[in-house]
Design a protein around this ligand. Sequence first.
Ligand code: NI
Length: 186
Amino acid sequence: MIYPITVYGDPLLRQTAKPINKDYPELAKLIEDMFETMYFSDGVGLAAPQIGLSIRIFVIDATTYADEEPELANFKKAFINPEIIERTGDEWALNEGCLSLPEIREDIPRPEMVRIKYLDENFTEHDETYSGFAARVIQHEYDHLDGILFIDLLNPLKRRLLKSKLTAISKGKISTKYRQKLPGKK
Ligand code: NI
């Protein structure tokens, strides 16, 4: 099932999402649907709040970037109840976008490396370190679970310049190939 994407202006995107336990109903199906929604929407990552669920899960598939970084060849994963333990290395900027912020792209500085603990879809615990593009996508998706959007990381001037665009997004005036769930609408 392909979910509509919750866009900017919906308070759900600003909430701190809740951890889930093993009994979460139809978890395997949810993860499958998250991947399906992400592929349909041409995203590299998708966090549960973006499909209207305030729970701590995100999915990433960066395998198409393996040409640039060979270690991404198998990087298709679901992260459940993740916890970033450490962010290290120099900050570097990359142009980011977000399905919840259609047509906005900005250079966002983030630390080079992250160490993250998480559960996979079988609730097996992992403790891994990532760098480069993987670390970037992880940090972007992880932020969604804490109600943070990449525009929050811009300086105040740049944020002000985006104001009218953000208003347009929240009113559903930016069309996308995927369906949008607009603030205050079912
Ligand atoms: Ni995003």
